[in-house]
Ligand binder design. Structure first.
Ligand code: ZN
Length: 195
């Protein structure tokens, strides 16, 4: 019988593919149509927020990889738009600066004593052949610390060690591929590591 089936809830006669399958019923379909099932589910969810939260928690615990993959997809989709990229960049800078001001009283550029534009001008003056801002990326080139940050010890941005580590002179463009080779021959820091 491939005719219409009457929904037990809304009473409308609908084609059989408007009903979900059910193992319990005689004709193999639910008594409710899909639309009514969805509506009932939404109502149940709004009436039982704690149970829904508990279900989600259990699902996340049971399917960590699926959840991680979903999160990554959402993030990629968001960053794939110009608005998403802009919002993400602003949010990162803003949150970082708020944290710096709360802890050290000043934002990143006040602590560094130079602006992002000044850093870029310094870097541009030291680019290797083939480097442009277009291939400034994880696989292209990045801004490298000549003496690695790990070689300095400081806790406060007013210390000389911090100022040396983050000075313009200690930041140079480096091809990503060269960074691997560099790892084994780190020069000792010029400045004392006192905090
Ligand atoms: Zn219905």
């Amino acid at each position: 019988m491939d005719g219409l089936k009457k929904c037990s809830t809304c009473g409308l006669e609908k084609p059989r593919d408007e009903f979900y399958n059910s193992k319990q019923s005689k004709d193999g379909l639910r008594y409710q149509c899909k639309a009514c099932t969805k509506e009932a589910k939404t109502k149940w969810a709004s009436d039982n927020p704690q149970l829904v939260a508990e279900q989600k928690r259990r699902y996340r615990k049971k399917n960590p990889n699926t959840v991680r993959a979903q999160k990554a997809r959402t993030q990629a989709r968001r960053l794939g738009t110009k608005k998403g990229r802009l919002d993400a960049d602003i949010r990162t800078v803003m949150n970082g600066n708020i944290r710096l001001i709360k802890t050290h009283g000043r934002d990143a550029y006040q602590l560094l004593g130079y602006t992002a534009k000044e850093l870029m001008a310094h870097i541009e003056g030291n680019l290797h052949p083939g480097m442009t801002w277009k291939n400034h990326s994880l696989r292209g080139w990045h801004i490298d610390h000549v003496h690695p940050l790990a070689a300095y010890s400081y806790e406060c941005p007013t210390s000389n060690a911090f100022k040396s580590a983050w000075s313009l002179a200690n930041q140079m463009p480096l091809w990503a591929a060269d960074n691997i080779a560099k790892g084994s021959q780190i020069p000792p820091p010029k400045v004392a590591m006192a905090a």
